[in-house]
Ligand binder design. Sequence first.
Ligand code: FES
Length: 129
Amino acid sequence: MGTQMTTWITICDTCKRTGWEESGQETTDGENLARLIEAAAQGVPDLRTRRVSCLMGCKAGCNVAIQAADKLNYTIGDFEPLQEAAEGIVAYAAKHAASETGQVPYREWPQAIKGHFVTRHPPLPKGDE
Ligand code: FES
């Protein structure tokens, strides 16, 4: 498969949810979610993951972007760094990869991502369109 088919899961690794400071944890909520997503995405075809520091949605972390060239791209957020969230994000991203436009029918959304969509970015126009 070429890179055109690849859906990238970009995980903010600096997100801290309310209460993180008092929790005494050494790793951020974003790092914890990133680790879970990376493990869940291991070996899934047409999926890649990467970490970035801050997606500018800090008030409602943890935040993740789902992107592929020439497809609808999404920001999803307000996730707890839990296995269930990570698995839902990866399952959704796999459907995004399989979709020609990036649109995934609502009936196919994993429960864990419902209510977590923040923005949708249409693909850029091509040429003189
Ligand atoms: S720290 Fe995660 S969006 Fe800013």
